[in-house]
Structure formats: structure tokens, C-alpha cells
Design a protein around this ligand. Structure first.
Ligand SMILES: NC(=O)c1ccc[n+]([C@@H]2O[C@H](COP(=O)([O-])OP(=O)(O)OC[C@H]3O[C@@H](n4cnc5c(N)ncnc54)[C@H](O)[C@@H]3O)[C@@H](O)[C@H]2O)c1
Length: 252
């Protein structure tokens, strides 16, 4: 799959899956804009060291003005935006609890980043995509949303919202030749997942793998292929879909 000549924005690209997506799309020719609250120096450095093109921007995706400002800067530098990978989220540091005991402040923060942040990034890039004749938006949901992960209702609700937004936006944007799809991975071995499970990480790895039809844990490289497919013209007539990348944990 080739993304030569395309410009891809990846949110939450400082580490983990976002960094992997950024490096993967760069490897097949896309110029990458790495957006994160935290510095993306390592991501950008790795892409440039491999001969790719990348630029970083510090951004809080809960703030629309911040999204719009970096989108405008990106347009000025790269002239177009073709792909948006909506990956930034609150995940690793979240405190799990029974739903009635979740902290209200955490609930609000999860909705602000995981739901409103996706909306903000989409509305910052949609006009540039229209102007260049189309594009591909890839929203990162989670197996948690379709399975109904217990003790994380804030996260579950936010990722279910991502699937709903994917479907709604796909219907609105088809005529603009902008496709909108979601990816729902099961647990991937990232720093975020290690933080999420804490001291139960090793046990969780075993339980998760044994619940999958293909009984091994996912690495970041297991998800990048689906991102490349959805970013490229190989999926030109695929929109509104949620792609489970979960070793066969759940059939939609
Ligand atoms: N790792 C998994 O097992 C897994 C499984 C399913 C879905 N996901 C989803 O995949 C994505 C990445 O997962 P990960 O494990 O790499 O997570 P992570 O926590 O390591 O990375 C999230 C990134 O988002 C950034 N971010 C957080 N808030 C932000 C904000 N307000 N503005 C800009 N950037 C912000 C963080 O700085 C971080 O770099 C998330 O959407 C997560 O929900 C992960």
C-alpha cells in the first residue's frame, strides 16, 4: 500500500500505538504531522532517520482553537491534509472502578479527550480534506466498547461514542469523498496497557491471549496494517465500518 504524496495527521503520536501509526504511514510515503500533548521528538526523529518526512505540533485536542491553529500551520507547510488518525485518548492512567464509584472528574476528562477531542480533530481537518478532493479519517475505538469491559465505564462509553461518531460522520461525508472508519483493537502491548493493568499486567496478558481465537498478545505492528489499508485507496469504497483487530475476540 502506498501513501506517496499524501499528508497524514496522527494524534497522540508521542508514544505507543500513535507512534507506530505515524512511523508506518511514513514508511509508505506519507508526510506525517505528529500531534500530541507530549513532545513527539522521538517519533519525528525515527521517521526522519528512516528517510521520511515529519513535523510535530504540541496540541491539546480538547481545545478546538489549538487543533485549528496546528491544522492551519500544517496546511501552510504541506499544502494539504489527506488522512487523520484519531488516536489520542486517555487510557493508560485511568483508574478503574465499579461504574457507580468512578470519579466524576475522570469521567469528564475521558469524555473531553476521547470524544470531544475526536470531534475537534475532525472538524479542524475536514475542510482541507474537502478542498483536496477527499480523505480518510481513522478513529481508534476499542474492543472495550463492543465487549463491554467491566470497571471502566467511562472508557467504554467514550469508545462506543467513537464508533457512533464514525457512523454519523461517514454518512455526512461520503459525498465529499471523505471516508470515516474505526479500528477496535483488543489489548495491545504498549506502555499505556502496562499502566492500565498495573501490577496485574502479566496475569492480564495471559487471560487476554487465552480469550482470543489466535491466542497471543497483540503488538503495535498487528494494528498498523489495518491503518495502512484504511488510509490508502485499497479501501476506497469502505466507510462507516468498525474493524476489529483483536485476534478473534469478538465478531461484529
Ligand atoms: N493499547 C491498547 O491496548 C489499546 C487497545 C484498544 C484501543 N486503544 C486505543 O489506542 C490509542 C492509543 O493507545 P496507547 O496504548 O498507545 O495509549 P497511550 O496512553 O500510550 O497514548 C495516548 C497518547 O495520547 C496523548 N494524549 C492524551 N491526551 C491528549 C490530549 N488532550 N491532546 C493530545 N494528545 C493527548 C498522550 O500524550 C499519549 O501520547 C488510544 O486511543 C487507546 O484508547 C489502545
Amino acid at each position: 500500500m502506498q501513501l506517496e504524496g499524501k499528508v497524514a495527521v496522527v494524534t497522540g503520536a508521542a508514544r505507543g500505538l500513535g507512534r507506530a501509526y505515524a512511523e508506518a504511514v511514513a514508511l509508505v510515503g506519507a508526510s506525517v504531522l505528529a500531534w500530541d500533548l507530549n513532545p513527539c521528538d522521538e517519533t519525528v526523529g525515527a521517521i526522519r532517520a528512516a528517510g521520511g518526512v515529519a513535523d510535530a505540533a504540541a496540541i491539546d485536542i480538547t481545545d478546538f482553537d489549538s487543533c485549528q491553529a496546528v491544522a492551519e500551520r500544517a496546511l501552510a507547510c504541506f499544502g494539504r491534509i489527506d488522512v487523520l488518525i484519531n488516536n489520542a485518548a486517555l487510557y493508560g492512567g485511568l483508574k478503574g472502578a465499579r461504574f457507580e464509584q468512578l470519579e466524576e472528574a475522570q469521567w469528564d476528562a475521558v469524555m473531553a479527550v476521547n470524544v470531544k477531542g475526536v470531534w475537534n480533530a475532525c472538524r479542524a481537518v475536514v475542510q482541507p480534506m474537502r478542498d483536496s478532493g477527499g480523505g480518510s479519517i481513522i478513529n481508534i475505538a476499542s474492543l472495550a466498547a463492543v465487549f463491554g469491559l467491566p470497571y471502566g465505564l467511562d472508557y467504554v462509553a467514550s469508545k462506543a461514542a467513537v464508533i457512533g461518531m464514525t457512523r454519523g460522520m461517514a454518512r455526512e461525508l461520503g459525498r465529499d469523498k471523505i471516508r470515516v472508519n474505526a479500528i477496535a483493537p483488543s489489548a495491545v502491548m504498549t506502555e499505556g496497557t502496562e499502566e492500565f493493568f498495573g501490577e496485574k499486567f502479566e496475569k492480564a496478558k495471559q487471560v487476554i491471549a487465552s480469550g482470543q481465537i489466535i491466542p497471543r498478545n497483540l503488538e503495535t505492528a498487528d494494528v498498523t496494517g489495518t491503518v495502512l489499508y484504511l488510509a490508502s485507496d485499497a479501501s476506497a469504497m469502505v466507510t462507516g465500518q468498525t474493524h476489529m483487530v483483536d485476534g478473534g475476540s469478538w465478531f461484529l
